[in-house]
Design a protein around this ligand. Structure first.
Ligand code: FAD
Length: 307
């Protein structure tokens, strides 16, 4: 992994740096580029704006690594409030939710995290929408896939996420490429050692294409999460090669990243879903976005210094 990226990802786990950044006066303007706002109303406004030009959303209530049951329960309540608001505003056709199991206490108690995720899935199902379970650090992949398998016994539409930077992912893709299986494929945003992850960008990209082929050849619903122009071009070619019709797969991009490309794909008739984070706990999310692109880090440091 490149030195700058590992440095930023290490800072993401450092409490002193978190306090420093979170209270810096210039931080908010940078956060606003990647985060839709702090409240459910902010999230709904983002969904409505995206829907205006045919983009869908997956909403992430920010928060991760809940250290105690009370924080995990408060994350569940936030999702239940969000799902109720989507239902009341008749936005469930346009938006689903993305959930991090670490925010539901996965590291402390897998069974309790499963129960909490099940309550969110039940509410989503009642409201007529779906849930995707985000993938996090490499040492939680096994537990996360176990929880997804368990949830899918009751709610088969629960989406899984695979990260092409992990060596294991091709095998996971083969297992998940079955009828009705919704699978988001991304490169992977966390620090991971070379024993489990590919070290170079080229290897990660090749792995992405191999996994995409496996998912397209299976009977599931692939969700291609990337902003990479070269990959998007390859995916378009692969989709045509497999004869997949629009509506049997989708593209996903992050809120605030390449919005023109999001609109271009949607205007071409592709299904496009934007990952919309909202809430107060934006620090870990923001640091991963900065790690992806050195230019963002420079922009961030300038904004901090200018206030
Ligand atoms: P890169 O090679 O990183 O970027 C390609 C190009 O895209 C860059 O040159 C730049 O032009 C543009 N770009 C990329 N990132 C940024 C940015 N932050 N700011 C501005 N421009 C940018 N990761 C997980 O580990 N688990 C998840 O559950 C997960 N869910 C995701 C859901 C969605 C919808 C998306 C889009 C990403 C998700 N990710 C997740 C993050 C993902 O793993 C990558 O870290 C991220 O998408 C960057 O990789 P890339 O494919 O865009 O390619």
């Amino acid at each position: 992994m490149e030195p700058l990226r590992s440095l930023i990802l290490a800072a993401a786990g450092n409490d002193t740096i978190r306090r420093l950044v979170a209270t810096a006066p210039g931080a908010r303007s940078v956060v606003a580029r990647f985060v839709a706002g702090e409240t459910v109303d902010d999230a709904l406004a983002a969904v409505t704006a995206l829907a205006a030009d045919g983009r869908r959303a997956t909403l992430d209530h920010l928060g991760e690594n809940a250290g105690d049951p009370a924080s995990a329960e408060s994350a569940v309540s936030a999702y239940l409030r969000l799902l109720e608001a989507l239902r009341v505003k008749a936005l469930t056709d346009h938006a689903e939710v993305s959930v991090k199991l670490s925010a539901l206490g996965l590291r402390a108690d897998e069974g309790a995290a499963l129960d909490r995720a099940a309550r969110i899935c039940a509410a989503a199902h009642e409201g007529g929408t779906t849930v995707t379970i985000d993938m996090e650090e490499h040492d939680t992949v096994e537990a996360t896939l176990r929880v997804v398998r368990e949830l899918r016994r009751t709610w088969p539409s629960v989406g899984a996420v695979l990260q092409s930077y992990l060596r294991r992912t091709e095998a996971d893709a083969a297992e998940l490429a079955v009828d009705g299986s919704r699978v988001r494929l991304c490169k992977g945003a966390y620090a991971a050692p070379s024993t489990v992850a590919f070290a170079t960008a080229g290897e990660v990209d090749l792995s992405y294409v191999r996994c995409a082929n496996i998912l397209l050849a299976g009977g599931g619903y692939p969700m291609f999460a990337t902003h990479d122009p070269r990959l998007i071009e390859v995916l378009g070619e692969r989709v045509r090669w497999y004869g997949c019709r629009e509506g049997t797969y989708e593209y996903q991009l992050l809120f605030g990243v390449r919005p023109d490309e999001q609109r271009r794909l949607a205007a071409e008739g592709e299904t496009v879903r934007v990952y919309v984070p909202f809430g107060e706990q934006w620090y870990g999310y923001l640091m991963r976005r900065l790690a992806e692109r050195p230019a963002n880090t420079a922009f961030f440091l300038r904004a901090l210094a200018s206030r």
